[in-house]
Design a protein around this ligand. Sequence first.
Ligand code: HGY
Ligand code: MN
Ligand code: MN
Length: 409
Amino acid sequence: MRRNLQVDGSRLSSRLDALGKVGAIAGGGVSRLALTEADQAGRDLVVSWMRELGLAVSIDAVGNVIALRNGKDDGAPVMMGSHIDTVRTGGLYDGNLGVLAGLEVVASLNDAGIITRRPLAVAFFTNEEGSRFQPDMFGSLVYTGALPLDRALATVGIDGAVVGEELARIGYAGTAAVGKPHVHAYVELHIEQGPVLEEGDFRIGAVEGVQGISWTEFTLGGQSSHAGATPMRMRHDAGYVAAEIIAFVRRLAQELGGNQVATVGLLTLSPNLINVVPDQAVMTVDLRNTNEERLKEAERRLFAFVTATAAAEGVSVSHRSLARFEPVGFAPDLIARVEAIAREFELPVRRLPSGAGHDAQILAAVCPACMIFVPSVNGISHNITEYTKPDDLAAGANVLLRLVTELAE
Ligand code: HGY
Ligand code: MN
Ligand code: MN
């Protein structure tokens, strides 16, 4: 294998820019929520590139797309992948980099006339973000058998859409089987989405694993009443309880410290009118920690606070878990290889945990898996100003190329 093989960074950047035009929103960002028309258009574009590169494309029953490059031998492929669905205020790189860098690795090997011993695969998994349909890492959970297909297809989104119907509508209700993963090893290149690499002037992150994730939806039931005529002593104000919870989760993260983070990202009041005391609030709480025991402590404190605050206001509470993942560690030998390859390429590298969830944490249950991070400028992501420098995109893709070709021999 030619050890000095490099990717074509400008070809990678031009594909990222082209995909970034699909579902483009004002200000330079992207909105391609899972299984929307914009997601369909993004899928169609990436599948066309996969076919242009001579890959055999398969679509499974939950819309995961896996493109295969034959090796000299048969057997399980070395897989590169990520996702191409985005949040509503998405950027050009979250997920897209891992998929398009996989295609760039294939294109570079094609240009060099190199056939690896093991087959290679480039995948994008359905609905990694989990914004429209929960849980996140949805497609890779089904692919690995961790989420039953029938439950996945019946999942109802925040807009009332049903996964199975949306897959059929956009033409990605595939026939390839799910729950039978066939992967020798999985490598995901991804932007860090936080400030750690940039703050330390590192160019590559050798990701140790992914922190635990706890997503809960609370439905608070109060009593609508007149904003002017109802004395404060008579109120059962669901909006007030929601506001107390929002302030509490910030304090909770500060009190627990360390890696603890806490977010209320979704809040819907009804009837949501200026002169009516809200009778219902639906809200989500996202808690994360690298330490499972601390994450459980955070959940315990949250539920105790919600119960007491709602009871004091005479407001009812119901809740449902939308996602729950324990922290995951990646394959130690692969983490070490990411670090060593970066050093060989004279790229400043450090180990770090991932703050965001990724498909790699799900694949890690069925094969050796790892991630390569590249810096996010200003540590910003899930924001239309998300940016990673072209040289860093290429550097990450070169580390991916080297590691994947090693694993494929
Ligand atoms: O929420 C996450 O960590 C990922 O963006 N799905
Ligand atoms: Mn992502
Ligand atoms: Mn994301």
